[in-house]
Design a binder for this molecule. Structure first.
Ligand SMILES: [Zn+2]
Length: 580
């Protein structure tokens, strides 16, 4: 038994082979010392996804890469701990509980496992009720909304009879405290337990590891209040960190053809769109989007459509959500559903085709913002046009990319019919903008120590130096052009030994190749081996530094004390390596 997490993780890593793990998801072909496949993370026809037996993977198309843990994180859309537990299960190891001295808030893993088991049992019970005599009315209600039996199954929908759950859970050996801790039961003044969602249609909230963590309950009679009720937040359910629809979107992504996420407001929107064949939807659970949810969303796609309800509350929620998503680096478009309808109503009336048309008309974030702003002005009046331009230019201060400032200057200029130089002046003068001049497009590329080190390593590779050919140097690359050059070179090397003509062809395509040769030639034969080792060492250090920065971010955001400890141990491991 390992004494601490670090040792345990070593043991786990020793027992699993990245090639076996990846083979569980894609078919690999061995070529040129590596394994290749079409990338499971982006759509492609020729394989650019490579796996190296040394323990790393890298995609030359979308530049995803990392070790076996990050592979599982990416493909299962889970965090570090989630990936570790999946791999541990594969290796036949159980994730141990390491002690948390002085951490009173730590909830033992055993307790959480009990709560997960209770929720799974409750979900099965509710589902069975829906399918039995007790659920006749609820099933008729779903039929009335056009929800098919297969959709009912995909989401594990259920029905809660008034109080059957409590008795059922008791029979299964769950205690009063566990029922209260899970949020499925409430306690009356007389000390009697009752099902908090009794009489409602049940929507299980399932996390990315397919565990039931909460329930949503919807009334079926018109006028009954509240329309929706969720089980409370518990040690296994933190509303601000979860999204509804993760298990269905994950399945859709493994089946392929998902490159974006559609964010909607409610469960019924996700379910109706799914039923119509639009399976890449998720919903936040009755709250404005949080930063944690935006980060979770980013694990699924970089592109997001925000498709909230047409009512005023929806509009406000849209605005807040947009800024959070943009802040996390997602590409955001806003879908407008005509006639104040919600996506659920719209897709039921106009079908998949109708809704997909709305997606193609979705506006990029800043276009939406500028149009929204314009609604408050009468742009046929000169004075209003001026006022609008002043406010519109302020919106542009939020843009991170200077090229986009350019684009939207044009947009405002056309919309308000005001000459662009006037707007540029306004931009430079306006309030806070005085301190914030138009950012200059960075034309010169960042060239530093690591960039030059990679140049030399590529030079050694092209020269056929053994130590360069044996390495998987792709894991150290950060520069896009270097990655592209390496991919092409490796593609050749898969089939035959590259010749001078190949390098000439590469140089014709990428001016950087010529630079690599120009600089590399300065190195004498005696200097070469030591220089190569130095370069590799500094690249390794830089890679570790990037990983540590990434881990620091994750540690800051991790609330679960066990997961946090594991991350810290992982961090310490890399930090120790970097000291050498
Ligand atoms: Zn890829």
């Amino acid at each position: 038994m390992a004494e601490n997490f670090k040792e345990w993780l070593e043991e786990l890593k020793g027992r699993i082979n990245i090639v076996d793990v990846v083979e569980g998801y894609v078919t690999l072909n061995r070529k040129g010392g590596k394994y290749w496949a079409c990338c499971p993370f982006h759509h492609e026809k020729t394989p650019s996804f490579s796996v190296d037996e040394s323990g790393v993977f890298y995609c030359f198309g979308c530049h995803k890469g990392g070790d076996v843990i990050s592979f599982v994180q990416d493909i299962e859309h889970t965090d570090f701990m989630g990936a570790v537990s999946i791999l541990a299960a594969k290796a036949g190891m159980s994730v141990p509980e390491f002690s948390h001295k002085g951490d009173g808030a730590a909830v033992s893993k055993r307790k959480r496992d009990r709560l997960y088991a209770l929720m799974r049992e409750a979900a099965a019970y509710y589902h069975a009720c829906l399918m039995s005599e007790a659920g006749r009315q609820a099933l008729a209600y779903l039929d009335g909304r056009g929800i098919s039996r297969s959709t009912v199954k995909s989401f594990g929908l259920g029905f809660a009879p008034q109080n059957g759950l409590i008795e059922h859970l008791r029979e299964k050996g769950f205690g009063k405290d566990e029922m209260l801790d899970c949020g499925v039961a409430g306690e009356s003044r007389g000390g009697r337990l009752y099902d908090v969602l009794g009489g409602r249609l049940i929507v299980p909230i399932i996390n990315n590891l397919r565990q039931v963590i909460a329930f949503g309950g919807r009334v079926m009679e018109k006028g009954e209040q509240p329309k929706y009720r969720n089980t409370k937040e518990t040690v296994i359910f933190d509303k601000s960190r979860e999204l509804f629809g993760q298990h269905t979107i994950k399945k859709a992504m493994i089946e392929g053809a998902v490159d974006s996420v559609i964010m909607v407001e409610g469960y019924m929107d996700v379910i109706s769109l799914f039923q119509a064949g639009i399976k890449n939807c998720m919903a936040s659970m009755g709250t404005a989007l949080t930063v944690q949810q935006a980060r979770l969303l980013k694990r699924y796609a970089d592109k997001v459509y925000i498709s909230y309800d047409g009512d005023a509350a929806g509009q406000k929620a849209t605005m807040r959500g947009l800024d959070i998503l943009y802040g996390e680096g997602l590409s955001v478009k806003v879908v407008s559903v005509p006639g104040g309808k919600d996506p659920d109503e719209y897709v039921r009336e106009f079908g998949k085709r109708g809704y997909m048309d709305l997606l193609t008309q979705a506006k990029p974030l800043f276009e939406y913002k500028l149009d929204k702003l314009a609604e408050g002005y009468d742009l046929s009046v000169a004075e209003d046009r001026g006022k609008y331009a002043v406010e519109a230019v302020k919106v542009l201060y939020e843009l991170k990319n200077p090229a986009q400032v350019e684009v939207y200057m044009d947009y405002i200029s056309q919309k308000a019919d005001i000459a662009k130089p006037v707007l540029v002046k306004q931009y430079a003068q306006g309030g806070e903008a005085a301190a914030k001049p138009i950012p200059k497009l960075e034309l010169t590329r960042k060239r530093g120590k690591y960039y030059n080190a990679m140049r030399y390593v590529l030079y050694a590779l092209f020269g056929g130096a053994e130590e360069a050919c044996e390495q998987d140097i792709s894991q150290y690359m950060t520069d896009e052009e270097h990655k592209a050059i390496y991919l092409e070179y490796e593609r050749i090397r898969c089939t035959r030994e590259p010749v001078l003509d190949d390098l000439q062809a590469l140089a014709d395509k990428y001016p950087e190749v010529e630079e690599i040769f120009r600089e590399g030639k300065r190195v004498t034969e005696e200097q070469a081996p030591q220089l190569f080792r130095d370069c590799m060492q500094s690249l390794e250090k830089e890679k570790n530094r990037r990983e540590m920065a990434e881990l620091t971010k994750r540690i800051d955001g991790e609330k679960d004390p066990v997961a946090r400890d594991l991350l810290l141990a992982h961090y310490a491991e890399i930090a120790a390596k970097n000291k050498k």
